[in-house]
Design a protein around this ligand. Structure first.
Ligand SMILES: Nc1ncnc2c1ncn2[C@@H]1O[C@H](COP(=O)(O)OP(=O)(O)OP(=O)(O)O)[C@@H](O)[C@H]1O
Length: 316
């Protein structure tokens, strides 16, 4: 087996980055001992508040920012290695595009930078895939923000990258466009690409990603499978038909919720859940709705951030 192919897509250990300020004794700490493993083939979302260090992390794994300390491995190699970088597609947070260029010329240039043979037909297919077929013969300077973003995504997709790193990929894209971008990203993951997504749109991260890390003050404070992070451990919400015997339900282990007809019940496994429902039915209650009492990603983030201390400055 090829060793590099079995390595995680991204692996960082004790990653630290302090931005030094010219003529000043203090530096700004962006990352302070970050550890993270992104498995191959995952759709991984990085979330966290403004200034948490997300963009600094992305720049570190792409070799754009030099870490102050720690190790970074990407696709089993160093981000400094041009051969590794050629296997990564990157959509930066702030796109700088040459306004006087045609989109095809821009994609051709990105292909050359990745040492790929020219592929004009492939570039046109990519423009079509990101919804820019009507704008192929227009200069980039006349593109709207969303169109520029789509072009950036096309550039990131050049050469079928093994790892796609996207910093706020749907910034400026309308809701229909977001759906299209989501579909493209899902297709890429199905193809086997590892996706690394940084987005403030938590609903988007929730829809696309299967793993999530929360970054706060330059450290990973939570990481795991999305379904495990958002799942309420063992609490369920049940709705019973009007007229249910409230006293009987309470005796059966159901706790009335604030909304009428809703009850919470603790059940760590399917057996316990069904036993509780049997007890409810035995006292005449008719179940009309049952769902897990889960949280969304926003609630997970807010809950996690509630206990985080503030960021400090360091002496350089
Ligand atoms: N070039 C720089 N020089 C000095 N400080 C910087 C630089 N880039 C980032 N920082 C600081 O590092 C910290 C992390 O910034 P970073 O942009 O990585 O965070 P972020 O999580 O991407 O934020 P946002 O969600 O607002 O984009 C912040 O305190 C920021 O001010």
């Amino acid at each position: 087996m090829n060793v590099t192919n079995s390595a995680p897509a991204i692996e960082v250990s004790n990653l630290r980055k302090t931005y030094r300020r010219a003529f000043r004794k203090t530096g700004s700490i962006a990352l302070q001992g970050m550890d993270l493993v992104v498995p191959r083939g995952s759709a991984f979302g990085l979330i966290g508040p403004n200034g948490a260090g997300k963009t600094t992390f992305i720049k570190s794994i792409l070799g754009i920012v030099q870490p102050t300390e720690g190790t970074v491995r990407v696709l089993g190699g160093s981000p400094e290695d041009a051969r590794i970088r050629a296997r990564i597609g990157y959509l930066p947070e702030r796109l700088h595009l040459p306004g006087s260029w045609m989109p095809t010329a821009f994609l051709a240039m990105v292909g050359r930078l990745k040492s790929l043979p020219p592929d004009a037909a492939g570039d046109l297919r990519l423009l079509e895939r990101v919804g820019l077929s009507d704008a192929v013969s227009r200069k980039i300077g006349g593109y709207s923000k969303g169109m520029r973003q789509r072009l950036g995504l096309a550039a990131a997709l050049i050469g079928k990258p093994e790892l796609l790193v996207l910093d706020e990929p749907t910034d400026g894209i309308d809701p229909m466009g977001r759906m299209e971008v989501r579909r493209i990203l899902q297709e890429e993951v199905q193809r086997g690409t590892t996706l690394f997504l940084n987005s403030h749109l938590l609903a988007e991260t929730e829809r696309i990603c299967d793993r999530v890390a929360i970054l706060a003050q330059g450290r990973v404070v939570r990481e795991g499978r999305l379904d495990e992070l958002v799942r309420g451990e063992s609490r369920w919400i049940a709705r019973f038909a009007p007229g249910a015997n409230a006293e009987g339900l309470t005796g059966a282990g159901f706790v009335p919720a604030r909304a009428d007809g809703l009850y919470h019940v603790e059940a760590p496994d399917p057996g316990a859940l069904n036993a509780a429902l049997d007890r409810a039915r035995a006292c005449g209650a008719l179940l009309v709705e049952l769902r897990r009492d889960g949280m969304d990603l926003e609630a997970v983030l807010l809950g996690t951030m509630g206990s985080e201390p503030g960021r400090a400055e360091v002496a350089a």
